[in-house]
Design a binder for this molecule. Structure first.
Ligand SMILES: Cc1cc2nc3c(=O)[nH]c(=O)nc-3n(C[C@H](O)[C@H](O)[C@H](O)COP(=O)(O)OP(=O)(O)OC[C@H]3O[C@@H](n4cnc5c(N)ncnc54)[C@H](O)[C@@H]3O)c2cc1C
Length: 388
């Protein structure tokens, strides 16, 4: 196993870093923090012009044939620059899924819009009461000739308010085992009957509730077989990328150390000289390095042609839980002022570390909670029997 990123990936990293320095301005970052919308159309279109939306795809499909390590460098740089890439990441889950299970017509019509930067997508899986147990969704799709009529409610439909399409998991059969009665659709967001309402999360991200009342879609918007939605979702899940490999935590640690160099205690001694603070810094740096290596191991498995399901879950679980711990320790070190939010007088580092603390909790939830990751590791990795 070789953990050194290739020369090629380091060259690409340099190009990405330069591009982000130009396009991800302080104004853009401020706007993202204020709105909680982790997407920016200007940046997205500029990335499309560079050919980076589907950079990992082979050239004959409109990509640049970038390898897994180049893509790892790309995402690391994006996290360091705080580039708002949720739109790109979610859209590529769907474009990849279409490439594998879409009809020729769907590929021809939809993929160019997605990788050309003209359309982004939202994931419509979760519902109130169906998150971890997503196979229990109740949003109904009922066939009516060549059309389907959809009624129901989704929650946490992130970026639905910016998206052209929602990738919607629906129930089409109530008489069979729950995961056998599901069908997937890609529904244009301008179809009559769809309503979007904002949800502002603890971590600062904006997501949405979406409501579907008598939404009529042609059968050509169905992705995969009728009652084959679970399999389509399985394909989509293999393209979900939720792991940041400790890069975000490394950025937070850097900001904390910068603060500690400036701040003084009540006897005017620099906080950076405090042994307990230095111990915290060292502990977090070790966690970040382990998280990075675990993410690289998952990348290596993928590069070798494997499906890094268990390795991905291990990396994700370790990173998210340790990131939450690290942010909590940082806030403890900063004392009561550390809890002041952005905009409050005297908030250290413009409230950025306080915000990271709130955001860290959310990383243990989306894309599968820590408990669900543990279940995957136990069952698939350790082959333990089901506990229930
Ligand atoms: C910021 C944010 C963005 C999101 N974006 C999207 C999106 O774009 N599209 C989308 O469809 N969804 C999205 N989600 C939803 C996310 O996938 C769910 O929140 C997540 O899967 C957990 O589901 P839940 O919230 O219903 O919690 P529940 O499933 O109700 O879980 C509640 C608690 O019970 C535990 N639990 C549940 N089942 C088990 C089990 N079998 N064993 C052990 N413990 C268990 C969980 O770990 C958790 O601690 C987003 C969530 C957040 C917070």
């Amino acid at each position: 196993m070789d953990f050194n990123l290739s020369e090629r990936s380091e060259r690409f990293r340099g190009e990405v870093r330069e591009f982000l320095a130009e396009h991800v301005t302080d104004d853009l970052r401020d706007r993202v923090r204020e709105t909680g919308t982790i997407h920016d159309w200007g940046l997205h279109r500029a990335m499309a012009e560079k050919g980076w939306i589907a950079a990992a795809w082979p050239e004959e499909y409109g990509g640049q044939g970038r390898d897994d390590f180049e893509m790892a460098a790309f995402y690391e740089e994006a996290v360091i620059a705080e580039a708002p890439l949720d739109g790109l990441l979610i859209t590529m889950i769907i474009a990849n899924t279409l490439r594998h299970v879409g009809t020729e017509e769907q590929k021809r019509e939809l993929i160019p819009q997605m990788i050309g930067g003209d359309a982004i997508c939202a994931l419509g899986y979760s519902e109130p009461g169906s998150g971890s147990d997503v196979a229990s969704v109740r949003t109904r799709a009922v066939r009516d000739g060549d059309e389907w009529v959809i009624d129901g409610e989704k929650v946490f439909t992130t970026l639905a308010h910016e998206s052209q399409y929602v990738f919607l998991l629906t129930r089409t059969d109530t008489e069979v085992a729950k995961h056998k009665g599901l069908t997937m659709f890609l529904v244009p967001m301008d179809t009559p009957g769809i309503e979007t309402r904002p949800i502002h999360t603890l971590g600062g991200e904006r997501t949405n509730s979406t409501f579907y009342s008598g939404v009529r879609v042609d059968d050509r918007w169905r992705i995969g077989e009728v009652n084959g939605g679970w399999d389509v979702m399985g394909v989509a899940l293999t393209f979900e990328r939720t792991e940041t490999g400790g890069t975000e935590s490394a950025r937070v640690l850097h900001e904390f150390v910068e603060w500690a160099r400036e701040a003084t205690d009540d006897q005017d001694r620099p906080r950076i000289e405090d042994p307990s603070l230095r111990e915290t810094v060292a502990r977090i740096a070790i966690r970040n390095e382990v998280a990075r290596l675990m993410a690289l191991k998952a990348t290596w498995v993928a590069a070798a042609g494997g499906l890094p399901g268990v390795e991905g879950s291990m990396a994700r679980l370790f990173y998210a839980t340790r990131f939450q711990e690290s942010c909590s320790e940082i806030l403890d070190q900063m004392g009561p002022r550390g809890a002041l939010q952005h905009g409050a007088e005297g908030a250290p580092v413009h409230g950025r570390l306080e915000r990271a603390f709130r955001h860290s909790a959310v990383t243990t939830i989306y894309g599968g909670t820590s408990e669900i990751q543990r279940t995957i590791i136990a069952r698939r990795g350790l082959e333990l029997p089901s506990g229930r």
